[in-house]
Structure formats: C-alpha cells, structure tokens
Design a protein around this ligand. Sequence first.
Ligand code: SAM
Length: 446
Amino acid sequence: RRKTVLELGAGIGRFTAEIAKSAEKVIAVDFMESFLNKNREDNGHLGNIEFVAADVTKLEQPEESLDLIFSNWLLMYLDDDEVQSLFRKQLGWLKPGGYLFLRESCHQQSGDKMRRMNPTQYRDPEKYEAFYSSVTQPCDSDNIYGYDLVVSKSVETYVKLKNNQNQVLWLVQKVKKDKASNQGYKSFQEFLDSKQYSLRSILLYERIFGYTFVSTGGIETTKEFVQMLNLKPGQKVLDVGGGIGGGAIYMSKNFGVKVTSVDLSSNMTQIGRQRAKEAGVTSDQVQFEVADATKREYPDESFDVVYSRDTILHIADKLALFKMFYSFLRPGGKLLISDYCCSPEEHSEQFKAYVKQRGYILLSPEAYGKTLEQAGFVNVRAEDRSKQFADILKTEIAKTESSKEKFIADFDENGYNSIVNGWKEKLGRVEMGDQRWGLFYAEKPC
Ligand code: SAM
C-alpha cells in the first residue's frame, strides 16, 4: 500500500486500475493522448487518478513527493542517455525509503518480429543495474542517497507459459548510504559481488565445499540437516542466501518441494541458475531471485520452511530478519539455519580483525537461539556444532591437499594457496575457541 504513485507509460491502463486500488493517489503519465483517454474512460471513476499527457523524458515532479514510481515496458523505448537521466530525476522525486519498480524486455529473442519493426532497446539486465546503481544524490556531509536492490527476477508467468526468462523486473529502494560503509563499494551487493563472492572466488569455494555448495560440509551436512524438516512433496521452501543452489537443488530433486532461492549476489545467482540447468531442475521447481533478504517481503504464511545456510553472518539486524521469517511461515512452519557464530567471551585481536575485514556480524549460539525466541519462534534448538565444524574443516583440507595438482591445473597456485591457507586459519580460529558454528531449528506455533 503506497500513498502517492507515479505510473510512467501508463498507456490504456493495464496496471493503472490495480495500482489505484491500493494507493491514495496515482499520477498516470503517457504521451499518447488516445491511450490516456481510454485509460481515463475506463478508470477515471476510481477518483484518485490524475491523467497527465507528457513525454516522460521531459517530465518534472516535485522533489521527495513520491512513494512509488512504476513503469512497465517503458525504458526499452528510451536511449541510454534518456534512461540514465530518468533514473537520476526519479531519485530526486522519490521520498527517502520510496520504491522504483521496473519491468523490461531484456536480450533480443532471435527472429523477434518486434525488433525488426521498431527501435526497441533489448538491453542486458546488467545494463539497467549499472545505470541505477551509478546514480547518487547529495544528502548530508556523511551520507548520499542512492538506489539499493530489493529484488530482481524473471517474470514468473513468462517463464511458466513461454519458457522466456527475458522479461525481467526490478524493485529498488531509495536509501541513505553512509559514504564510509560497504568498504568503498556503492552498495552491499557490489561489495559481495566484487570482493568475497567474485566469480573466481565462488568457483574456488565450490571446489573445496563440493559441487553446487558454498557452505560448511556441502552435501553431507545438507542431507543431515534437511532430514530434520520432514519435507513433503509440494511444500514451499524459502532458501535464504541460497548461493549457487546446492540446498535448493537437493531439496527439490529429493523431496519434490518448490524452492525460492534468494541471494543478493548476482554472481552466485548466475552460477546457481547454471547449476540448476545442469541438474535438470526447472525454474518451476527452483526459482532464483537476486534479492536482499533484509528487504524482500513475501505474503504472510506463504512458506512451509525457511532454510538458510551460513548466510545470516552477513546480516546485522537478525531480530528484524527472524520476525520477517516468522511472518512468511505458515503456522507450524519450520526454520532451519546453520551459521557462523562466535564465543560469548572477549575475542582475540586477530579474530576481531578477521570479522571486521569480512564485514560479518556474529552472535554466540546461545544469543542466536534467544533472538529466535524473541521473534516468536517456539521449540527452539540452538546447538553449538563447533566440534563438527572443526572435523569438517580438517576433512576439506585433507581432500583438497590430496588433489593439489588437479586443483592447480583447473585454477592456479594462488587460488590453491588462498583456499588451503584460508581453511587452516579458519581451523585455527575454531580451535582457539573464538569462532563457533551453530545449528538452529525452530517452529512457528500452530
Ligand atoms: N547457502 C549457500 C550454500 O549453502 O551453499 C551459500 C552460502 S554463502 C557462504 C552466503 C550467501 O549469503 C552468499 O551467497 C551471499 O551472497 C548471501 N547473502 C549475503 N547477504 C545477503 C542478503 N542480505 N540477502 C540475500 N543473500 C545474502
């Protein structure tokens, strides 16, 4: 429910009426007067729509006046300069916290009739992402305004009915950004994609964790933990920080559940989609979304299970996140999380430096369990699995060392050394007691 909504390229009103039903005021803009007249004829009676005949590239709106700007199949008719200029102006028009929604046709389908008939720009999705993420606006001495991604994904109906992945939607939010946060990157997403989860790092991690996995124990811990969920065919699972798809692919193939895998890293999601294809898993069985789990909302009671492996270490406000999980779960729904944790005591300088450099926010297993209870969960089990963690690290190191030559042939010596040394340091931190690993199971009351 958004108060003031600007709909750009409103046309004959395929969306205008829907938007008007849940908004206080809609400003519907289109430069085709005949379209706008039809829209007025059909929807004018709703009483909260202002119809504006204007070219969106010349449009002006008061600063910070809008809660949502909606456009469907609009930017593909504008050239690159016009799109960038519009993103810039829209950032000014939105209130802080306001949203921008867009849906575009991306990539060109070969033999596409439309392409031959008009100058439509079928851009790669990355191009839209580069445009909106480069736009900023001054705020105060320490902060700027910019867009942060909430979710981007292929439009489900097109995937289901036409097997077409190229209809892409984005929801981004105008946020205040601390100039000093994200270690110099424009957003947390860019920090993840450029630093810890560059394409090369992900493939190196996958080599040690095992095919399709970027978390402790790979398929072994996945089998062990998933059996605690008693999954039934047709159930809906949300995999938070789903990475390159290991958990989602395993659950959908072995239990017939439908999984939504959300991950903020577009690199992870790109590899995940590829791995799902290799496994013969359709987008109906596992749907990948590039989304920020702290912002992406789903309807209440829409999942049977929320599952998350070694991800929430990246998220500061765990209570707010657990409250969201609670609302997404149906009564009796189950939650299963594994995560990096820390000891409750004072930590060594070395450990503090590691946590800071990674940008992790860690709790002790006990505090983690308490936070789940605070969010309303019952039957909470919070287990310190550090012993299992150390054993797994030793196995992963031994396995990697025994296939050193192949590893170096597939990557290079630097890659091999960074992984093996990184694992040995991790084992050292666990043996010192600073670093812990927790397993958490909880239920939403029936
Ligand atoms: N769960 C996967 C697995 O078991 O293989 C991947 C684990 S990986 C260690 C952590 C994942 O969390 C990364 O893929 C990262 O991009 C994702 N992540 C971090 N912050 C996130 C956020 N705010 N929203 C969604 N995903 C996030």
